[in-house]
Design a protein around this ligand. Structure first.
Ligand SMILES: [Zn+2]
Length: 434
């Protein structure tokens, strides 16, 4: 007998109050998004059958998951059954559970889906879905602050289709995307994001995406510095360090540690700014045995252009924007909420473009602009990418239970909550994972 969920409590369809910053930084209020009811389109037995399959799977090798999920979908259609939103949301929950159990990263999973008949006017799929790419949080094992589940799913999907343009695709994710992942969704042309846990749920479990959303709305001059404000000799020096690269990371001695150049042929995350930070962190990791995802104090990201918001948010995840508290270097909750604008410098007043290539080989230049930054702060109804949470029903409860289990362990609770999910607060789908 499959025990999916033991809680009877209805999911929380109300979010916490609006978030704000200290008055000195200028108050910012972001309205919480309304949630949509669950469409009763996927019989629970279908979801259970997938979880029962118990196929061997490592989240570090996502390809077998795609094959298994698509085979399961094909079987359902062969039986005349429709695969709907609930099933597609269950897959990232499954990924988040397996990822946590295998200790490959945080409790986050995501999948990119294409529909055979495209999308309707509301962004919902027509015809059978096909899983194009999947991802789980691998920040730790990859020493890569950009290795969020969504980013890994974008990369996997783009690599598999040999093109970085994700137009017409839908992202299903176990948690509301952070600004970095949302910014890449904007640039890649992704049509819709549907998520389970919210930024409030994430914060309650120790993940600080909500703080980063608050950061996004601050004036640009508080987040980064234009080289025009620097002395001519400093500008010349930085220009020399940048050379022909799109971005470089410079250490506290002024030496270039890593360089980034745009390469988005089959990776929508291949921004110069983002890649420079990514390589700098991996450079740091090479000197350590434990996972690394922060850059040391005194290091600086130098960009040719105003960085794409995904690159800037990556710099923030690597602790270039909001300084760490040296006494609590491993606890992001202790990071300063006040950004340091001297850690990210742009040499020109142009915006960094995000060119993506479609499957026909055509390039589409998605130029970052002020509007791209605004997309991270406007209400969901005003976003170019449709985003909405998907609460209600057992899939949402399972996603929340995984967060609760993670939080329990992070607070010093027994590992058993993850090893034996029947002991999770509320239970979860996890009882049927490999
Ligand atoms: Zn993210």
């Amino acid at each position: 007998m499959i025990h999916i969920m033991s809680v009877n409590a209805l999911p929380d369809t109300t979010h916490g109050p609006s978030i704000g910053l200290p008055a000195a930084m200028g108050a910012l209020v972001l309205p919480a998004p309304p949630c949509q009811p669950e469409a009763p389109d996927t019989p629970e037995s279908m979801i259970v059958a997938f979880f029962e399959s118990r196929f061997a799977y490592s989240t570090l090798d996502p390809t077998p998951f795609v094959a298994t999920a698509n085979a399961h979908i094909a079987r359902m259609y062969a039986q005349g059954k429709r695969v709907g939103e609930a099933f597609l949301h269950a897959l990232p929950v499954f990924l988040s559970v397996v990822n946590t159990q295998q200790r490959h990263g945080g409790p986050f999973g995501a999948i990119v889906v294409h529909y055979a008949g495209g999308l309707d006017a509301h962004g919902y799929g027509i015809g059978p879905p096909r899983v194009l790419g999947v991802g789980a949080n691998h920040v730790g094992p990859h020493s890569d602050p950009s290795a969020h589940a969504e980013m890994e799913a974008y990369r996997h999907a783009a690599h598999r289709q040999g093109a970085s343009d994700l137009s017409g695709a839908v992202l299903y994710t176990s948690c509301e995307s952070c600004p970095m992942c949302l910014a890449v969704a904007n640039g890649s042309g992704l049509s819709r994001i549907s998520y389970l846990n919210t930024r409030d749920d994430a914060e309650a479990s120790g993940f600080l995406d909500k703080r980063q959303y608050a950061l996004c709305a601050l004036p640009r001059a508080t987040l980064m510095t234009s080289a025009h404000r620097l002395q001519a000799s400093v500008r010349r020096d930085l220009r020399g360090k940048l050379g022909a690269h799109g971005a470089v990371v410079v250490d506290a001695h002024g030496d270039v540690v890593a360089a980034g150049d745009v390469d988005t042929r089959s990776d929508p995350t291949g921004l110069a700014s983002l890649q420079a930070v990514r390589r700098a962190v991996q450079h740091q990791a090479a000197a350590h045995t434990a996972p690394v995802w922060c850059l040391p104090d005194g290091w600086t990201l130098v960009c040719r252009e105003i960085p794409h918001p995904a690159g800037l948010m990556m710099a923030d995840w690597a602790r270039l924007v909001r300084p760490r508290d040296p006494a609590h270097a491993d606890d992001p909750a202790c990071d300063s909420p006040i950004p340091d604008p001297t850690r990210v410098i742009h040499m020109t007043e142009h915006y960094e473009p995000l060119p993506v290539r479609d499957r026909a080989g055509q390039w589409h230049i998605r130029q970052a602009t002020e509007t791209t930054y605004e997309q991270l702060t406007v209400p969901e109804s005003a976003r170019r990418v449709r985003t909405a949470c998907f609460p209600g029903g057992r899939v949402s409860q399972a996603a929340r239970a995984v967060f609760e289990a993670w939080q329990h362990e992070a607070a010093g609770g027994a590992r058993a909550h993850l090893e034996d999910p029947s002991k999770c607060p509320g239970g979860s789908f996890a009882g049927n994972c490999p």
